[in-house]
Design a binder for this molecule. Structure first.
Ligand SMILES: [Cu+2]
Length: 126
């Protein structure tokens, strides 16, 4: 009867579903660290270290921030750079004394969403 109208509503449905997904807060984790070099290569005391964070998606460096958090919740901005592959981020860690630290990151994913999280790590005496 009205094949054109049926076609149009048929195409409208997926578009609405996508919008709802985009609006649902925290339904999807958009740029999540799936792995980091901290696991395989713990930070050694008093040595500058390049830590690699592996994200599940591409990350926009210019809109992303990483802080090194030290004792007493002191935030130090650290330099970040792109790794070899999409989703790899290199983080410059200055020489650290033994103790507990964290990397707090707020990254802008390729899909346009911000994700914030904290990775805790420890620097042990050799
Ligand atoms: Cu997203």
């Amino acid at each position: 009867m009205f094949p054109r109208a049926i076609n149009q509503s048929g195409r409208l449905m997926p578009a609405i579903a996508l919008c709802l997904l985009a609006l649902t807060p925290k339904a999807w984790s958009h740029a999540v660290v799936t792995e980091s070099s901290l696991t395989s290569h713990p930070v050694k005391p008093n040595h500058p270290t390049k830590v690699v964070l592996f994200f599940n998606s591409g990350v926009e460096l210019a809109l992303s921030r990483v802080f090194l958090v030290s004792k007493g919740d002191v935030f130090h901005p650290v330099n970040i750079a792109n790794g070899k592959k999409a989703g790899e981020m290199l983080v410059d860690i200055p020489p650290l004394e033994p103790g507990d630290y964290a990397l707090k990151y707020k990254v802008f994913a390729a899909d346009g969403h911000f994700t914030e999280n904290v990775i805790r790590f420890r620097v042990d005496n050799p």
